[in-house]
Design a protein around this ligand. Structure first.
Ligand code: PLP
Length: 300
């Protein structure tokens, strides 16, 4: 079965401010495949299935809490395609049941193969090896960013999204912002909130979009995947006030940074700002397990 197209609503985040803030709830795209990952996989999988492979097989890479791993496993389950996840960290081989993301992937039927960090770093080598072993398989890179993924992000844009001065998204591997930059209107400014402190991102994104309508703001708050009490507080306050859940790795940090920017007067008066809720909510459970171990406040 192919992946269906779905319409996503834009909602206002009411502020007492001269700027107007809105959110496109891509987190609602599918109960199991949340946010941008759905659209990044959309053409990858549908084009692959169009070729009618005899034994369709999706292979990809990710860390222990990866939204991408969760998404590929769920899409595989949805489309009736077998999946294999190459997971960073040998130590997880006996402990994956304690990890909600990996448990979810396994329940979706994903085969998990654990490799050392060293092996994982040489993913290119692994990819070559896997493609030889499974010539018909579709191998999707870590984070899912490739040309089909960028094309899929176009599905996040429509007539409703044209009406904004700023389009904001969290940035991991850069595929999502590249798609927004490539397919948005000429007068729109795109801002990427980097969840990863990686200086090579700008060039990677430029290669994928070839437009210079975007800027990047560091929003890693101390590093990728690091969660501070202040981040948790923001997420919990945001949920209480607007009834919208945010994830601790991407969307929570982006919204926290956007609120700071609005407070500092970064956006001109009467600006219309649209942020994409790229999902990632599956990561909350894993984050809470770590926070609980450290006796810290949990994400509600
Ligand atoms: C993967 C992910 C991102 C980053 O997307 P890229 O295309 O890798 O930049 C942003 N938000 C969430 C919730 C994600 O899971």
């Amino acid at each position: 079965m192919k992946i269906p197209e779905i319409h996503i609503p834009v909602v206002e985040i009411p502020l007492e401010n001269k700027v107007k803030l809105f959110m496109k709830r891509e987190d609602l795209v599918h109960p199991q495949v949340s946010g941008n990952k759905y659209w990044k996989l959309f053409f990858n999988i549908n084009h692959y299935l169009d070729k009618n492979p005899e034994k369709p097989y999706l292979i990809t890479f990710g860390g222990a809490f990866s939204n991408h791993i969760a998404a590929v496993s769920a899409v595989g389950n949805l489309a009736g395609v077998a999946t294999l996840g190459i997971i960073r960290g040998e130590e997880l081989r006996d402990k994956w049941r304690d990890n909600p993301t990996l448990l979810f992937a396994r329940r979706n039927g994903m085969n998990l193969q654990f490799v050392t960090r060293e092996e994982y770093r040489h993913k290119d080598k692994l990819t070559g090896f896997l493609q030889k072993e499974f010539p018909e398989a579709l191998i999707i890179p870590e984070g899912g960013t490739n040309e089909d993924a960028v094309a899929g992000v176009k599905m996040m844009l429509n007539d409703e999204t044209k009406d904004f001065d700023y389009l904001c998204t969290a940035v991991g591997t850069g595929g999502t912002i590249a798609g927004i930059s490539k397919y948005c209107e000429d007068n729109q400014k795109v801002i990427g909130f980097k969840a990863v402190d990686d200086d090579s991102l700008e060039n990677k994104i430029l290669e994928l979009t070839s437009k210079k309508n975007f800027s990047l703001i560091d929003s890693s708050f101390g590093g990728y995947g690091k969660i501070k009490d202040d981040n948790v507080r923001f997420i919990n306050d945001f949920k209480e006030k607007y009834n919208i859940p945010l994830d601790p790795i991407y969307t929570g940090k982006m919204m926290q940074q956007i609120f700071e920017l609005i407070k500092d007067g970064f956006f001109p008066e009467d600006s219309r700002i649209l942020c994409f809720h790229t999902g990632g909510l599956q990561g909350i459970e894993g984050a809470n397990l770590l926070l609980k171990k450290q006796n810290r406040t949990l994400i509600v």
